[in-house]
Design a protein around this ligand. Sequence first.
Ligand SMILES: Cc1cc2nc3c(=O)[nH]c(=O)nc-3n(C[C@H](O)[C@H](O)[C@H](O)COP(=O)(O)O)c2cc1C
Length: 168
Amino acid sequence: MPMQEIINRRSIRSYRDEAVTEEQVEQILRAAMAAPSAGNQQPWEFVVVTDRALLVKISEVHPHAKMLLEAPAAILVCGDTNREKHADFWVQDCSAAVQNMLLEATHQALGSVWLGVYPRQDRVDGLKKLFNLPKSVIPFAVVALGYATNQPSPVDRYNPNYVHRNGW
Ligand SMILES: Cc1cc2nc3c(=O)[nH]c(=O)nc-3n(C[C@H](O)[C@H](O)[C@H](O)COP(=O)(O)O)c2cc1C
């Protein structure tokens, strides 16, 4: 079996009314910035959102983010295309950062869910406007954070049919 955090991480869409601490958020951001990136370009930027009115506004811009009506916090992960040394790899860099965040949240017994933003243009435009992002900064994903009302069971999705050895 893979490591516990990988197995236990599930998308959480229902949260208890309990705040996450500054220390928890900082650890999650530290995990994000520990991610690999193309040529170590680290194109990421993060907007920590704990303001309830803003969390509600994200859920109005994003069609699948209703859990933000109750989650105590969310982190908007963005990519700054001005910091790219290797064109177009910012998406993969930010993906690695998001996955690290989900795993660190799981490690801290926090629930989380990855809310996809880029490349859906309506979500990108809506969040750019809501957070007044600079032109070169593209909102990539929102990570909702908080304590789960209930913890879904781990799932084993291993499927040998998806594995090919030394060719297709
Ligand atoms: C790129 C991406 C975008 C996603 N967007 C959403 C989303 O908008 N809303 C949501 O509730 N879950 C979203 N998810 C979570 C997936 O639905 C979830 O990971 C998948 O159903 C597997 O379930 P698990 O995370 O519990 O293992 C997204 C996941 C990824 C990787």
